[in-house]
Design a protein around this ligand. Sequence first.
Ligand SMILES: [Zn+2]
Length: 286
Amino acid sequence: MAKKKAEEITENVNVNENINIENLQEQPIEHTGSNDTIEEQTIAKKLLSLHNIQQICSKIDQIRVIRGELPNEVRDLEDAHEGMLTRISKYKEDVQDLEQRITNQDLKIKESIALIKRYEEQQNNVRNNREYDSLTKEIEFQKLEIQVAEKHKTRFAAEIVTKGEEIAQFETKLEEIADILQQKKNELDDIIADTEKEEKELMEKYDLYKKNVDQRLLVAFERIRKNARNGLAIVQIDREACGGCFSMIPPQRQLDIRLHKKIIVCEACGRIFIDKQLVENQGPEA
Ligand SMILES: [Zn+2]
């Protein structure tokens, strides 16, 4: 895999070098002083056309990167919203469960009260003390049962209050998330609409500029761009180094680039060089 990549890059460099030669051969062979000037201007024009196309392509790349991240942001918020809804509904189920348990304790208490009432009536009709004492024990047992049930009820009621407070907090949080989500959705809709319009305009501009560029040069440019991680096919020298791969460029080569008598590519990455001065003289474009 790595070997194949290396071969592709080598191929790119070769293609570009071929183009250098071909481009030079296009020019008049007799090199008089004035012809050199024309040639310089032609190369400069070609480089500037490529530079302008590069500016457009980089803007399109940037738009696509930004738009690529936007849906993720909204999806994260939608997940958070959904998660909060699930949590609230789970807590509401818990509250219902606790209410049911309180109702069950109430039923138990009612049963105990009914039993006590019955035992007390039976005590009026006992035949001996033993029967009376036995019923007294039953009554005391039922009274204890009522106390236990009351304790459970108090505990469940306290849990309901706690859950209710937590639900209120979750609902506040849910509202916040829903607000941000709506805001972001609107924002993103606007951005998508804007970038789509901007992208379309840039694409149209790209098609227009493309017509003014040497076809072989354009093919090489697009091939380099496809393989370059940062999408740059034409670069300037920055602090003595290639603006694409940061390899150091020897002073003589830097001079050749400044003279722009021919198209020069980076020996390390195959990117086409354009002189900084040339770009600056052109002024803002694209
Ligand atoms: Zn380079």
